[in-house]
Design a protein around this ligand. Structure first.
Ligand SMILES: [Zn+2]
Ligand SMILES: [Zn+2]
Length: 600
């Protein structure tokens, strides 16, 4: 994916997080005072960027980012120099050092502390936080809040140009709302985008400025104890189902002491070989069939849930690794058959319970929809007994990545509910295999705002994206957004997987009546005012879900009237390689054939 840095002259005044920001420009105007300090004017600056000799790699990275973006904003290139090097002019000091210690009277922040502060001290500007990511986040927030810089996607940054930046004083600080923030969109896997947007979570290791708080694997019962290795000699290691030990689509017999010993040995080996992760997974396979043997079921019965025997088992693994791996966690799932919390056993302090929301209704938030009542009960039940929850939340429809899926407005209330219920991490599983997910760019950006600050102003953040990313067409894309979200009423529930309720489909009443016609007209208007071809392409990407609906609902018409042709053109141009994670559209060709062969 090519990196295009877009610049424009528009100053975006929307700030993204609920913070104590004090915009020096606003202050200067509001008070009618002179602003005594000028960072740059007419592409010239007296300042340098100063960094301590003990600065971390990510602090050096942040200093270079600051230099790069300030040059793009102002035309002036500030030198990056060691803070110890003599300098008589004003400076921007990056990272905690003796000078900041003296000014603030504070002790050094912990390396892993992600909170940050930037403030002015006379003409000098100081930006600091924990060495690993705090300072780096402070630099990016300084650029965002004070200059309107945005890194909307890996390919699209908006960097407003300015002739002058003067200030009298400012002081701003922030800290993360959620400790581990995992935005699972394809767009969000770009490590530079993620670092700039304060995303620190991942399901696999990758090199990223400031590093990651990664979660090693999921559904690991069989990867840890493959049936091909053990079943023929030890069928008793696997689930007893209908009086037979089976391994196909089954689980482990967790009360077998050998199983505990082998899993513990193997997870220790994994932790030694891959020490870069924060959480190591010991969890059920992605199907049912938990063991029905008497010993396993005795614990299940006592605990009132299949999760009882899982937590009983995982607690012992966690206890066994604790001494050698302080600060690390063993994670497990509370998913489908194990979603209900156990009654008496509490997960240890170094266990993370990864609770999954897959059965929920996603058009209404967890508290407001009666269909989410049992999930809310489980969430609150877990948070009453577990210090550490890690929510596996779902933000797309896996069988139809491209279909309109109006869940964006429930993200904030749900993330806040998770935060209130001991979520140390949230993963928003999304369209992770390819570009092309419905509003993927908007959603991956918005998720990054929300996971950092669950109280952020969502409407402001959406508008910020709409006008920043779609330019003049943003007004119309927002109109389409409002049209779609205006369709939701108390009865319009949407499900992606539930044994109780129907899944969302293209012929859902949400998309009936004049919805598609109105949406098409809005996108025609958006296309007319698009600032340039590049923005027109972004608008066309936003319209793809509407074209998809037409192809699904009236395939022959879509083929005859050019809708399908346009859909294919956009897909090809944008390099979209997946329409679904599973189901009938997993193989894109099947979808194409269904339209191409449809009878009028
Ligand atoms: Zn068993
Ligand atoms: Zn609902």
């Amino acid at each position: 994916m090519s990196r295009i840095s877009q610049t424009c002259m528009i100053l975006l005044l929307c700030t993204t997080a609920g913070t104590n920001a004090q915009n020096p420009l606003k202050q200067a105007h509001a008070w009618g005072k002179q602003t005594p300090y000028t960072l740059f004017r007419d592409a010239r600056s007296e300042y340098r960027i100063a960094i301590g000799k003990n600065a971390s790699e990510s602090e050096h990275w942040a200093a270079n980012e600051l230099q790069r973006w300030l040059k793009e904003i102002s035309g002036a290139e500030l030198a990056v120099q060691p803070v110890e090097q003599a300098y008589t002019g004003p400076q921007i000091i990056i990272g905690f050092n003796d000078l900041i210690r003296e000014k603030t009277g504070k002790t050094d922040p912990a390396d892993l502390d992600e909170s940050f502060r930037y403030f002015s001290d006379g003409p000098d500007i100081m930006i600091f936080g924990g060495k690993q990511r705090g300072t780096m986040y402070g630099v990016m927030a300084f650029l965002e809040n004070e200059f309107g810089c945005r890194w909307y996607t890996p390919a699209v940054s908006v960097i407003p140009r300015r002739k002058e930046y003067s200030f009298s004083s400012f002081d701003h600080s922030e800290s993360p709302g959620i400790r581990v923030r995992n935005d699972f969109y394809f767009e969000a896997f770009d490590s530079i985008w993620a670092a700039r947007n304060r995303m620190n979570g991942a399901m696999s290791s990758r090199k990223q400025p400031g590093g990651l708080e990664s979660y090693w694997a999921v559904h690991t019962f069989y990867p840890l104890m493959p049936p091909s290795e053990f079943y023929h000699r030890h069928p008793e290691y696997y689930s007893l189902i209908n009086n037979k030990r089976i391994h196909e689509e089954a689980q482990l017999c967790l009360t077998n002491p050998d199983v505990l010993r082998i899993v513990t040995e193997r997870i220790k080996k994994r932790m030694r070989e891959s020490p870069e992760y924060l959480i190591y997974d010991v969890s059920q396979n992605d199907w049912d069939n938990p063991c029905q043997c008497d010993k396993c079921q005795a614990i299940v019965k006592k605990e009132g849930s299949e999760s009882g025997v899982i937590i009983w088992f995982v607690n012992q693994v966690a206890e066994a690794v604790e001494k050698e791996f302080p600060g690390k966690f063993i994670g497990t799932l509370a998913y489908k058959y194990s979603r209900k919390p156990c009654r008496n056993i509490h997960p240890r302090h170094n266990v993370v319970v990864r609770l999954c929301s897959i059965e929920c209704c996603f058009s209404h938030d967890i508290r407001s929809c009666p269909r989410n009542k049992s999930f809310l009960e489980d969430l609150e039940g877990w948070s009453a007994i577990a210090k550490n929850l890690y929510i596996w939340d779902y933000v797309v429809f896996f069988q139809h990545y491209i279909m309109p899926y109006p869940n964006i407005l429930v993200l904030q209330p749900n993330i806040k509910i998770f935060q209130e219920n001991n979520a140390i991490g949230i993963m928003e599983q999304a369209a992770y295999e390819s570009r092309g997910g419905e509003f993927a760019e908007l959603r991956s950006y918005l998720i990054s705002r929300l996971l950092w600050n669950p109280d952020c102003n969502v409407d402001e953040a959406i508008n910020d994206f709409m006008y920043g990313y779609y330019g003049r067409a943003g007004k119309f894309v927002r109109q389409y957004f409002d049209l779609l979200y205006g369709r939701i009423n108390p009865d319009s529930h949407i499900h992606i997987e539930s044994h109780l309720y129907k899944q969302l489909a293209a012929d859902d009443p949400l998309f009936a009546g004049d919805f598609v016609d109105r949406a098409c007209r809005i996108f025609e208007n958006a296309a007319k005012v698009a600032d340039n071809d590049e923005i027109l392409h972004r608008v066309e990407m936003a319209s793809l879900p509407v074209l998809y609906l037409i192809c699904k609902n009236t395939p022959a018409m879509a083929r005859e009237d050019g809708t399908y042709k346009k859909f294919r053109q956009i897909v090809r141009r944008e390099g979209i390689t997946r329409y679904a994670e599973y189901g009938e559209e997993k193989n894109m060709e099947d979808f194409h054939k269904s339209v191409e062969n449809a009878k009028l």
